[in-house]
Ligand binder design. Structure first.
Ligand code: SF4
Length: 401
């Protein structure tokens, strides 16, 4: 099989302040084990290279309720794309139908995504959908700027959530304004995080983990210590660190090599100050290229149908970085239900096309987490890694791929 693993780093998706298993790609093994137990796949046939049927449900689904956002971050990865979608918002009746399908299929993880901001959709109405998820089968996650985090402050909503990933890129009003062109925000973010932590505490909830995802760009890279101190003072459960990439043409926000060098000194100093050994040990991963090594012509996410992306205009995709490209769209909720689209002729045709083009597109070089999950599945099929035990399902956030 292609893409044989070389080190733990090959499986790591991001680096938390202290070691956490949940950002390791091995969590994908729960999904394939589940499919094997349900008789949907046969490991021996997969090893022989036989093409399996698309699974009867995606393990996890990412939903973009809106392409609009109330702030304007210089590092936004989807500004052009959102403009092309005319900052479209999903109609309520479509969101209703989508959730009926997700419930019918027993999808494990539903992530309400940022880039648009999910909490501005219908003024926080997304909390109602989270509160309605089936606790026996499904959990929610969210990426948000947290400016409307108060709309999640209900125990029945939070009980169904595993994580909330909060974009953090500033430490006071002026720094926030420089990055996102909006005033009076850091205090709102802080107040909302504290409110949600209070609701968790008052109701004995262990989740969701409310995490700061510190995003470093060309404007804020000299403020690392201040941003980190602010994140600690707010009371996040975990802090992640990521250098942004230049996703769209004509946008230069990723650090230049001299800036990376300067940032490295600042990060090492921070590690010294707070004993952040895990960040120090993984500094190469934090500062380095995110792409996956090796050449890849197979992606289990696409081949089995482990994940789906549903956009605010109803388009459905099976490969994240390809969303917005019409020839890779497998269907549209304006014309069919999600569970009718899934596994249909168009889905199969698109999945085959994506894999046929993987080598020439080199999609995995951009740091797609799904190639790391593919490597983890390959390693398990080859007997190089063990399937993780059932009691690690929750700590690994395995509801979401
Ligand atoms: S970008 Fe490549 S590796 Fe990632 S999901 Fe798509 S096909 Fe798979």
């Amino acid at each position: 099989m292609d893409g044989a693993p070389k080190s733990d780093e090959e499986f790591q998706i991001t680096i938390t302040r202290t070691h956490k298993d949940y950002f390791s790609a091995h969590k994908a093994l729960y999904a394939v084990e589940d499919a094997e137990k349900a008789g949907e796949i046969d490991f021996a046939a997969l090893r022989r290279g036989e093409r399996p049927k698309i699974l009867s449900r995606p393990w996890s689904v990412e939903i973009y309720p809106t392409m609009a956002c109330q702030i304007d971050c210089i590092h936004c990865y989807a500004q052009d794309r959102n403009r092309e979608y005319r900052f479209k918002s999903m109609p309520v009746e479509m969101m209703d139908r989508l959730h009926v399908s997700l419930h019918r299929m027993g999808v494990r993880g539903v992530q309400y995504c940022g880039g648009g901001e999910p909490l501005i959709w219908k003024r926080g109405k997304i909390a109602e959908y989270i509160g309605g998820l089936n606790l026996d089968t499904t959990r929610a996650g969210m990426a948000s700027n947290m400016l409307m985090g108060h709309t999640l402050a209900d125990p029945e909503t939070l009980r169904r959530m595993i994580f909330i990933e909060v974009a953090v890129f500033a430490h006071d009003d002026e720094s926030y304004f420089q990055v996102a062109a909006r005033r009076n925000c850091p205090e709102k973010v802080a107040a909302n995080v504290k409110l949600l932590q209070e609701v968790k505490r008052d109701n004995g909830l262990e989740s969701p983990a409310i995490n700061a995802k510190i995003l470093i760009n060309q404007i804020n890279y000299r403020w690392l210590h201040e941003i980190y101190d602010w994140s600690v003072s707010v009371g996040f459960d975990n802090i992640h660190l990521r250098l942004v990439d230049d996703y769209e043409d004509g946008v230069e926000v990723a650090l230049t090599p001299p800036q990376i060098e300067e940032f490295k000194h600042s990060l090492l100093h921070l590690c010294d100050r707070y004993g952040l050994d895990y960040w120090r040990d993984n500094i190469g991963f934090i500062l380095g290229a995110k792409g996956s090594s090796g050449e890849h012509s197979r992606c289990w996410t696409v081949r089995l149908g482990l994940n789906a992306w549903v956009l605010s205009n109803g388009e459905v995709y099976v490969c994240g970085p390809q969303w917005g490209t019409p020839e890779y769209c497998i269907g549209n909720l304006n014309f069919m239900e999600f569970d009718e689209i899934w596994g249909g002729a168009k889905h199969q045709e698109v999945a085959a096309k994506i894999e046929d083009r993987m080598m020439s597109s080199g999609c995995y070089k951009i740091g797609c987490r799904h190639i790391k999950q593919t490597k983890a599945i390959n390693a398990a099929l080859e007997g190089q890694v063990a399937f993780p035990p059932a009691d690690e399902f929750e700590p690994r956030h395995s509801w979401f791929l």
